[in-house]
Design a protein around this ligand. Structure first.
Ligand SMILES: [Zn+2]
Ligand SMILES: [Zn+2]
Length: 180
């Protein structure tokens, strides 16, 4: 059983270098912007941000930043730039998002739903306020799996504390019950 888990950890390392296996269907992000806090959502390949610029223009530096950071996991539609806007505004948004890309601690992923194209099967993963879930059989036993571990590696700087937990607590519990 433990060697099985070690195998999964190896697999997760490999998967983490292949983010194109992951298709993000939904994500909710808390963004600590330069002046205000914002919530950004992706649902059915459409972005929305609660900032004023997005309301006016349908695009903003926050969405642009997430499009860059999450690019390999996004559908073609979700990667599309927003509506054409005034040149000078666009320049300032691009500049801001360029800076934000290097300040990932501004971003906290609060929830997501993704499909993972695994070696043998496809799986559905989710992150909610209670933590991760995956529909694979390894997750049912260990409360973690190669799919969750790979996403944890890829998204690490943007995850809240609960989502960074390695599932080690439940692994230890399993070890204790196996040994006693
Ligand atoms: Zn915004
Ligand atoms: Zn899994």
């Amino acid at each position: 059983m433990l060697s099985d888990l070690i195998g999964k950890i190896e697999k997760a390392r490999r998967y983490a270098a292949e983010p194109e296996r992951i298709a993000l269907d939904e994500i909710t992000v808390h963004f600590n912007g330069s002046n205000n806090e914002h919530t950004i959502r992706l649902v059915q390949s459409r972005w929305a941000c609660d900032c004023e610029v997005f309301h006016l223009r349908g695009v903003c530096a926050h969405v642009m930043t997430l499009q860059k950071v999450l690019a390999p996991m996004l559908s073609a539609e979700a990667r599309e730039p927003g509506p054409i806007i005034i040149h000078s505004e666009l320049i300032s948004m691009i500049e801001k998002s360029r800076r934000y890309v290097h300040e990932l601690d501004r971003i906290e992923i609060q929830a997501l739903r993704a499909r993972f194209h695994g070696t043998n099967n496809d799986h559905i993963l989710a992150l909610t306020e209670t933590g991760w879930s995956c529909d694979c059989s390894t997750f049912r036993v260990w409360h973690t799996c190669a799919h969750v571990m790979a996403l944890q590696r890829i998204l690490a700087p943007m995850l809240p504390a609960i989502a960074r937990e390695p599932g080690a607590v439940s692994v230890e519990e399993h070890l204790v019950s196996a040994l006693s």
